[in-house]
Design a protein around this ligand. Sequence first.
Ligand SMILES: [Zn+2]
Length: 493
Amino acid sequence: MGIRFKNTMSGRVEEFVPLDEGKVRMYHCGPTVYTYAHIGNFRSFLLGDLLRRLLEFHGYEVEQVMNITDVGHMTVDTHDAGEDKMEKAARESGKSPMEMARFYEEAFFGDLDALNIKRAMAYPRASEHIEEMIELTGALIEKGIGYQSGDAILYDISKFPGYGQLSHKRLEDLQAGAGGRLTDEMMAAKRNPGDFRLWKTDPNHVLQWDSPWGRGYPGWHLECSVMARKYLGDTLDIHTGGEDNIFPHHESERAQIEPITGKPFVRYWIHNRHLMCEGTKMSKSLGNFYTVRGLVSEGFDPIAIRYLLISGHYQASLNFTKETLKGAWESVVRIRQFVSRMEEAAARPAAAAGGGSDGGGASSAGATASEQAVDAAIETFMKQFTESIDDDLNVSKALGHLFDFMREVNRAEPTGAAAGRAAEAMRRVDRVLGILKAEEAHEDDAEIDTLVREREDARAGRDFARADQIRDELAARGIVIEDSKEGTRWYRK
Ligand SMILES: [Zn+2]
């Protein structure tokens, strides 16, 4: 069975098949840089990181993009209510919006590193793509979908038959439901109550740009449509975000781009549940939030935060408490200690060479039994871990297998190469989990994977000279490869 994800569009767990074989184009809605992101936001960013690591684990080439919202995100996430978050926060802090944006962007990257989140291919800023947003708005007007109403350009949702498909809302409900949030004046200006803003002419707004409709600023949803397409093409394989983004943000993103490209915007929409804090949703507005740096200043390790946030299923409700964070850290420590112990044991000769008083016979047989137990445990573990993580990112089940594996290996008390193989298996799964210390992971893992695959291809094509050449090259780097019916595996000597 291949990798499966819950696709919000269909509401079902589906097998993942990218548009182009071996390559994945993935987009994540990024932070709005008007303050520090809280750990509820990072639950969402960690989902992206986990997906990327899983896909790379399976040999996919991943093109990953995350936007930085530094303009146009309203304080209230309905279609067009509230004021710009950037502008409001800048006014309150006394900084210019761009000064503030750069400051929190830096802080965001610092948090990414602390949480061991791999850097994406690009982090485009909304403020640097206004030109493209104006172009898209123009194109939508030309199609008869965008229309001028007072000082705004609005999107006519009745012109896009698929509107509501992603969020599973019916157009009729949208028509009726939006009324309560809108003033009579706003209602009168709209063709449909659910119409959202593409452009707002407002010469008094702090952030403003020239457009064919006067100086003003773009609607929030435009940026992701524009930047996703610019960096990843017309159709993305995966688009993620928090569940709060499904409507109106993602619904509107696809409504803006699909009529222009005539192609599906996204093949798999993946959304995480929001993080709870002591029983209620963690949010800036409720004030019940924690930041990475805040928790670090209280003495927590950021990797404990990472572990806690990835260990629950992304679709399950997760309640954050400092108690659970402590528990997460204990698990990380146990895992790290196990790996260190195996590495130390790997440096010692295998038990057979221990030189007991009554000769090597019995201890040699014992060492073999231990080695067999470890190798059997590795095989089972790698299979179970992969099956669990492939099954809609069931990290908690995968971690359960990991702890079972550690127990079994501990019981076998391996030394020498078998201990080395156990440590190597942990490093291999850590390419998905990202919780071991940096110096315990090897930077050339991906490169070795590529060589091993190349050798497999050479063997399949009966190019044995090339296959042997690769084997020698790997051997020179201390890499041992083993071929079996299930394929080739490798470990470090
Ligand atoms: Zn977005």
